[in-house]
Design a protein around this ligand. Structure first.
Ligand SMILES: Nc1nc2c(ncn2[C@@H]2O[C@H](COP(=O)(O)OP(=O)(O)O)[C@@H](O)[C@H]2O)c(=O)[nH]1
Ligand SMILES: [Mg+2]
Length: 363
C-alpha cells in the first residue's frame, strides 16, 4: 500500500497531463474554427474577431532561389547563335531575330519596335557586326524594362492597414502568389491578415487557410457564396482593431450568377476602403504560359481595377516570358514579381537585366 502511493501519483500526473493536452488541442481547434466567420451579411464589429487565433508567426526564411531564377528560358538563344554564326548581318539575321521574338511571345508590336531602330542603325553603319547587333538588341530590351518601380507599395504612414488586392482570372495563381507574398511579408516582420475573398467555392477558402498557416498569417473567411466585399471588409476591420500591418485580399476569378466580375472587383475595392485601411497595391496575377491571351486579360483588369503591378506566374513552366514586354510596353504596368514554382519560396522580384540576359543566353 505504502509503495503504491508514488505510482498512484504517477498515474494521476499522467492523467492530468493527457487531459491538459486534450484541452489545449481542443481549444486550438476551436479557436482556428472561430475565424471562419459565418456568411457575413451584415458588417461585423471587429471585437469578436479580436480575441481569435493569435498564433505566433513563425519566422519564414525566404531566400532568393538563385538557381530557380535561371529557369527563365533562353528562348532567344537559337536566334542569337545563328546571328552570331554568320560573318555579316544579312536578311537571314533579321528573319531569325524577328521569328524568335515572336516565338518568345514578345508580340508583333514590340518585336517591330525593337527591330526597326536596329535596322536603321545598321543602315547608318552605326552597327556593323553580328556581335554588335546582338549586344544592341539586348541593351534595347533592357532599356525598355528599365526605370519602372517594382517595389510593392507599402505605406507605413497611413491610418489602418495597407490592403493589397489580388486580381486575375481563375487558375492564374492568385491564391498561391498571395500565400508566397504573405510568407515574405511575415519574414519582414509585418503582421499579415488574409481575407478569403474568393467565396465562389469552399475549397478556395481552405486553400488560403493552408497558406495562412504555412506563412504565419491569420485569415478571415466567409461561407461559400457569401459576399466577397464583406469578407474583405471584415478582415480589414479585424486587422485594424489588432494593429495588423497588411491585409492580403484574395478574390475570385469568376462569380456566381454571371455577376460582372469587373463590377464586383470595383465594389471590393470601394468596400475594402470604407473603414480604416487603404488599398496600396492591386496585383494582377497573370499566367505567363497563356502568352498573348494574358495581355488581353491584363487590359480588361487594368481598365477596371487600377492595377499597380503584375505578378507573372508559371515562368518555370512552358512560358516563354516575352509577355513581360507586351505588358510593360502596352499597358505601362510594371511586372513586380515572378512565380517560378508552387512552393513558398518560388516567388522572386522581377529583375529585368537578369531576365533579358537569360532570354538571350546561349549557354
Ligand atoms: N509551376 C507553377 N505553378 C504555379 C505557380 N503559381 C501557381 N501555380 C499553380 O497554379 C494552379 C492555380 O493556382 P491558384 O493559386 O489556385 O490560382 P487562382 O485560381 O488564381 O487562385 C495551382 O496548382 C498552383 O500550384 C507558379 O509560379 N509556377
Ligand atoms: Mg484562388
Amino acid at each position: 500500500m505504502v509503495h503504491s502511493f508514488p505510482s498512484i501519483f504517477l498515474i494521476l500526473a499522467v492523467v492530468v497531463l493527457v487531459f491538459g493536452i486534450g484541452v489545449v488541442v481542443q481549444s486550438r481547434r476551436y479557436r482556428s474554427k472561430s475565424v471562419v466567420a459565418p456568411a457575413p451579411k451584415k458588417v461585423e464589429a471587429p471585437a469578436p474577431v479580436a480575441e481569435s487565433v493569435v498564433e505566433v508567426a513563425p519566422v519564414v526564411e525566404v531566400e532568393p532561389v538563385v538557381e530557380k531564377r535561371r529557369s527563365f528560358k533562353n528562348v532567344l538563344a537559337g536566334a542569337v547563335s545563328s546571328v552570331l554564326g554568320r560573318s555579316e548581318i544579312n536578311d537571314a539575321s533579321w528573319d531569325d531575330l524577328e521569328e524568335a521574338l515572336l516565338r518568345a511571345d514578345v508580340g508583333v508590336k514590340v518585336a517591330q519596335a525593337l527591330l526597326e531602330p536596329l535596322r536603321a542603325r545598321v543602315k547608318a553603319k552605326e552597327i556593323s557586326t553580328p556581335a554588335e547587333l546582338v549586344a544592341a538588341l539586348q541593351s534595347d530590351m533592357s532599356a525598355r524594362l528599365a526605370g519602372n518601380n517594382r517595389e510593392l507599395n507599402f505605406d507605413a504612414s497611413i491610418d489602418g492597414p495597407n490592403i493589397w488586392l489580388m486580381v486575375g482570372v481563375n487558375g492564374a495563381g492568385k491564391t498561391t502568389s498571395l500565400g508566397k507574398i504573405s510568407a515574405q511579408q511575415v519574414a519582414l516582420g509585418r503582421k499579415v491578415m488574409m481575407a478569403a475573398g474568393d467565396t465562389f467555392r469552399a475549397a478556395a477558402g481552405e486553400q488560403l487557410q493552408t497558406w495562412a498557416e504555412r506563412s504565419g498569417a491569420e485569415i478571415i473567411r466567409g461561407a461559400e457564396g457569401s459576399d466577397p466585399s464583406s469578407v474583405i471588409f471584415d478582415a480589414v476591420q479585424a486587422a485594424n482593431a489588432r494593429k495588423f500591418d497588411l491585409v492580403l485580399a484574395d478574390t475570385a476569378g469568376r462569380l456566381q450568377n454571371n455577376t460582372n466580375l469587373m463590377e464586383e472587383l470595383r465594389k471590393v475595392r470601394r468596400v475594402a476602403e470604407k473603414g480604416a485601411g487603404t488599398v496600396t497595391e492591386t496585383l494582377l496575377v497573370i499566367d505567363a504560359t497563356t502568352g498573348q491571351n494574358g495581355l488581353s486579360q491584363a487590359r480588361l483588369f487594368a481598365d477596371a481595377t487600377q492595377v499597380t503591378g503584375v505578378v507573372l506566374t508559371k515562368m518555370d513552366g512552358s512560358s516563354k516570358g516575352g509577355i513581360v514586354f507586351a505588358i510593360e510596353t502596352e499597358l505601362g504596368i510594371p511586372v513586380k514579381l515572378v512565380g517560378l514554382g508552387e512552393t513558398m519560396e518560388d516567388l522572386v522580384p522581377f529583375n529585368p537585366t537578369e531576365f533579358v540576359e537569360a532570354l538571350c543566353s546561349t549557354t
